[in-house]
Design a binder for this molecule. Sequence first.
Ligand code: SF4
Length: 398
Amino acid sequence: MTGAASPDQAVGGLTEMLAGSPPRSDALGFYLHVPFCAARCHYCSFNTAPLEDGALARYLGALHRELDLLAELPWAPRVRIATVFLGGGTPSLLEADQLAAVLDRLRARFDVAADAEVTVECNPESVTRAKLAGYRAAGVTRVSLGVQSLDDAVLPRLGRLHDAGGARAAFAAAREAGVANVSVDLMYGLPGLDVAGFARAVEAVLAWGPEHLSAYGLTLDAGSLWGAAGVAGLPPEDTVVGQYWALARAAARRGLEHYEISNYARPGFRSLHNQVYWRAAEYLAAGPGACGFVGALRYANVKATPRYGEALEAGRLPVDSWEELTPRQRLGERLILGLRTSDGVPRAWLDERLAGDAALARRVGDWRARELLVDAAGRVRLTEAGFLLSDALFVDLL
Ligand code: SF4
């Protein structure tokens, strides 16, 4: 069942729906969306908002109210928050005291585990050693740094506000502030970037010694400037594939495990919060456009930051739409999310999906024959070559 909120429903119906959908687990993730960016990157289709006068303060007031309302759900006192992720947007536009106030409010309203992983996405130009030390004092345990490229010709084309030197300085600032768990984001498939150039950036970033590395191939959604207007100079597919393999091999040489299609980690440093998503486990979410998943209910908040604030001003949760997953949808989702990881999924899940679907069973058989999909110890997982081609399989599995 899916739906969208009318104003009347938003007053009470959706709150009742969330209230009537208690989590199956007593340990949840919590995603907090901070929508503001100093400028819009040309490839970006995330839910962002311009940083206008007073907007950040109004948003923070609304976010605090949302945490209060979520904590009033009847099952909220029973859940423990095991991971917190501040994403955006650019969460590092928050001053340390503003971020501390958000985390204090969360801890005041929810049982946040003392050892919770608390990640903040940061852009290099918006952090300093002092700000990151303040974040750490506020309880942040992990910083995810949006480097994307170390090519000073490519970065301005992307609309990024930092240069390679700024990215290096931000990483050093995180270390000087005592952040022991730093993840770096890179992008490949970028216009103007060949395999050798990307490989140099990977080597340079790995030499910094991050605990975690995420690398995403460029995708152009309609919501982005490039998606709408087009962009010149996109590399051919063999360049993108070459970049994927350059990264996979360099990360392996440095001892990072390729534990998810786009993610690499030193042993013991997998992202706990993102694993909540990949395990199709439950999480609460707050902030404009944030999406949560509790019980069988997936919900999404209103995207526009002013409307988000108005809903909370009126004393109601800003939920905009929801979807109750059928068992079949949940199985498809658990398969696709789990197969994104090197742990894969129980073989029984795949067998259940293939039952009665001879065409799909033949396609999966072909993947096994080509060693894109392998079986071991009652589980099935994609190989690195399988990761690269996984989109085609995922479409079939849904
Ligand atoms: S990519 Fe990140 S920093 Fe750039 S506009 Fe999107 S959310 Fe903001």
